[in-house]
Design a protein around this ligand. Sequence first.
Ligand code: SF4
Length: 159
Amino acid sequence: MEEQIKIAGIVKESIVDGPGIRLVVFTQGCVHNCLGCHNPETHSFSAGYYMDIDKILGDLIDNPLLDGITLSGGEPFHQGKASAILANKVKEYGLSVVVYTGYTFEELVKEIDINTGWKQLLYATDILIDGRFDINKKNLLLKFRGSENQRIIDVKKIP
Ligand code: SF4
């Protein structure tokens, strides 16, 4: 069977989900339940559909305008292994990987010794945008983020 990932949808070109022009994959399933979430249809684990990872990769490399992929949600870390397979294939083409997560970087790091999928995805990530959306800290002026608690973390610069 082809490697697959469960998704809510794909946006083939976006300039608001990380630097440059990006193909955005909205993964299906999220436990965080942030008040005011913009993508409530991505929360259910029984909704969405499976897509071949190589099909997503094909869409990415067919478009020379793209700088990379963004994994959004939903929560990409709920499908850490599948997300990491996709992310690593993207990097083989010299393109970048941005990942949005409702977990904080510290929460992810605490688990990586016992959660292989999280470890694989974190290692494949160039830029992590972390933390739950906090409606009390919402700021429409923020670049790539919805609320002020969320951070843009250059994972490769972390020693
Ligand atoms: S983590 Fe993201 S997708 Fe999940 S509830 Fe929060 S804002 Fe919505």
